[in-house]
Design a protein around this ligand. Sequence first.
Ligand SMILES: [Zn+2]
Length: 434
Amino acid sequence: MKKHSLALLVMSSMVLSVPVSAADIKVIHAGTLLTLAGEPVLSERTLVITDGIITEIKQGYVAGPIATAQDTVEIVDLKNKFVMPGLMDMHVHLQGELGPNNDSEALRMSDADVAIRSAYFAKKTLLAGFTTVRDLGAKPEQIYALRDGINKGWVDGPRIIASGGVSVTGGHGDVDGMSPDLLDKFTSKTICDGPYDCRRATRRAIKFGADVIKITSTGGVLSDTNTGTGQQMDDDELKEVIDTAHALGRKVASHAHAAQGINAALRAGVDSIEHGSYADKESIKLMKKSGAFLVPTLLAGDTVVKMANAAGADFMSPAIKAKAVRVGGDMMKNFSAAYKAGVNIAYGTDSGVSHHGDNAKEALLMSQAGMSNTDILKSATINAAKLIDMSDSLGSLSMGKQADIIALNANPLNHIEALLDVPFVMKAGVIYKL
Ligand SMILES: [Zn+2]
């Protein structure tokens, strides 16, 4: 009864306080326009954006639509720029950055400190031209709050698809390298063992706000456990997590290095393989059959190799250093084979290992590994949108799509380095950089 009268009150006040709706109109004059990676580049086009949605794309430079007195109209001159869809990074960790102070930060920073810093990293990412990211590992309540705060316009950042992590005891997704007391304190409630327990953990992660489930089917480079990079979640655990997540409408991304763990996750129905460092012929066959995406994160491999070899890398334990040099070095070669075989590839950097805001550097490594510039752009736009089931609204520019638009000083199809310099960023029709 109470609820009912409240609803009526809200409805009547809405009717009274919104007399005429004013539209926010932006008119972009684009010198060069790429609407969809893989399609021909267009020149001299006008894009009209109304309340964050692309409503018109016209030939030539024309004025906007007829606006009412209440509407706001802004003309954006990008006549000497290359205009394209916002970039999408399918693997970031906005919560932190790898470095020598990580241990003391874990002890000294409050959850609130970490949350504020995450907002800082989110803004850097957005201003680098990445309008959508998938965060695959953070304290759940912090990343969900950041995601929701950005959606409400409280802080500037990319659209975040936020994961909840499910991992096994002592696995790469568990905490490590601390005293037993701290290990106990920091162990997440979604660490599980055995299929029933992992079903519980998956449901719990989704209950608390996960858009996607992140699992770790193999060991990882940066876990200080001396357990290698082989399979760590058993077949029955993988199957249970993935079936449960799918039943609840969530996709599953699996961190995986060794082939056995990659293949086990693929056989269990995983939606994306993160890193995929030792993907073999069987992995390629399984990915092509299921359509699962490979998210290569070459930048993470490159970063950890450089760090392990640099002076002052004492903060990395011998176990971590050894893995970094081996895995980082092998990533490029195996990625190259997967690319040539034609598997679905979505762009991902593992930023947080590398610096936030450097996300475009992945493109240079993909290019070095033999990927064409068109395919790199596809991976960072339309393929990424497909991976998160949002290609109806993101990843390309056409009528009815979200106005997530960036501009570059040069054409990245000729020089992929052009992605490093992004002078214009718009997300959902809001200009963040001009
Ligand atoms: Zn990662």
